[in-house]
Design a protein around this ligand. Sequence first.
Ligand code: LLP
Length: 482
Amino acid sequence: MSAAPQSRATPVPAAPDDANDLPASVWPEAAERDEHGVLVLGGIRATALRERFGTPLYVLDEDEVRRAARRTLAAFRSAAGAHGAQARVYYAGKAFLSTEVVRWVMEEGFAVDVCTGGELAVALAAGADPARLGFHGNNKSVRELERAVEVGIGSIVLDSWIELERLAAIVERRDARQAVLLRVSSGVHAETHDFLATAHEDQKFGFTLEDAPAAVARIRELDGLEFTGLHCHIGSQIFGTAGFRESAARVVELHAELLAGGDIPVLNLGGGFGIAYRPEDDPTPIEALATGIVDAVAQECAVRGIPVPHLAFEPGRAIVGKAGVTLYEVGTTKPVQVDDALTRLYVSVDGGMSDNARPALYGAQYSARIASRTSDADPVLARVVGKHCESGDIVVDAEHLPGDVAPGDLLAVPATGAYCFSLANTYNYVPRPPVVALRGGEARVIVRGETVDDLLARDAGLTATPTEGNDMPRMSQRSETT
Ligand code: LLP
C-alpha cells in the first residue's frame, strides 16, 4: 500500500493475487467463470446478457434473493422461538422495489415495509395482502394516510405528533380502526456513515424516549387507533451487534414502562444489517446478529420480569444487496499520474452516478471484475468512473484490475442489488437501465429500461410551436405554454 497522498482520502486496497477471482462474500453464490473465463451469472454468460439487453444492466439473481430471505427469516424465527416469541420479518422495500420482488419475498414468508404512497402502490399492484404491509415515513401526507387506511394496511408507524393527530382525524372521519406503532429514537449512534445513522438525537425520525409515553397515552385514549408497539431503527449498513443491543436495552425499558397502561404485542427493531461490498468487509452473519439482538431483548425483559414480546425486523439491503450485479461496458481508459509514487488507471464505463449514487452520496466502496474474459496482465490500481460531467462520478473508487483492461471489455460490479436501482436518477439525461432477473438459467426483464424518448416525453416545452427557421421553441413561447 502506498503512503503517498491521494486525491481522495480513501485507502488503496492491497493488490489481489488474482484480479479475476470472484470472492464468495461479495458475489452471488451462482457466480462463476466458464471455460473461456467469461463471467456466468445464474447460469447465463454476462456476454449473452449484454447481447440481449445491452449495458448498463442491473442483474438480479432471484434465487439469491430468495435464499437470503429464507435464511434471514429462519434466523430471526429461531432466535425469537428460543425465547417463546414469534418474529415477523418485513422486507424494507426502499432497498429495491418492483412488483416481482414484492412477490418473491412475500412467497418466502415476508411482510413488506413501504414508506411512501408510491411504494404502497407498487406493493398493492403486486397483489400484496395489505394486512402484511407496514407504512413508514416521517412526513406521510393526508392523502397517503387516507389511502393506507382505506386499503386496510396492517400497521402505520407514527413518526410525529402532527402525524398522530392527522391519522386520528382520518380514522374518526372514516369510522375506522388502525393499528399503529410509535417510532422512537433510542439515542444510539450506530457505527455507520452519518447519513445512514438514524437513531441519534440530531435527526428527523421518530419521538424521543422522553416524549414517547405521552404520545402512547394519547394513542390509547383514541378509539380509532390501536397501539401495537414501539418501533426503533438505528441505521443502515451496520456490521456488529453492539449498537443493536444497546438500543434494544433502551427500548425494552420504555416498553416495560408502557405495559402499565395495557398490553403491547410487538416490538419492532427495524433493519440495518450490513453486507460485504468489498472482500475485506466483514459483517456479522445474520444468524449471529439475530441471536445477539433477540438475546439482548430477552435478557432485558427477564431483568424486568416481563414477557418477551413478538419481535419484528425490517431488513432491506441484507435481502437484495448481494443478489445484484451491474454490468457496464468500458468506453475509455486513461492512466493518471497522481504523484511520484502513484498512477491510477481511470476506467470509464457507460453508466455512473445515475445508476449507482452510493459512492457519491456515502463514499461507498465497491469492487469490480472484467466480466467478458480473464486476463494474466499484472493488476493495476484502477478507478471505475461513469460518463457524467462530474469528477465525483465514481462507481468503484479503488480496485485492482488487469492492466490490459480496454474499451469493449464488459465490467461487472457486484453487491449492487440494494439502493442502486432505487436511488437511480437521470442526471445528464442518461436513461435508467433495465433490471433483468435470473432464475433457473433464464433471464427476464422485470423493470424495462428507460429511453431518451421517455425522458423527452416529460418535456412540456416540446408542445410549443416551433418558430420559423428554428425548430427550438423560443423562451417566451415556452413560458406561455407552461
Ligand atoms: N427500516 C427503516 C425504518 C428504514 O429507514 C430502513 C432504511 C430500513 C428498515 C432498511 O434498512 P437496511 O436493512 O436496508 O439497511 N440509501 C442508503 C440506505 C438508507 C437506508 C434508509 N432506511 C444506502 O444506500 O446505504
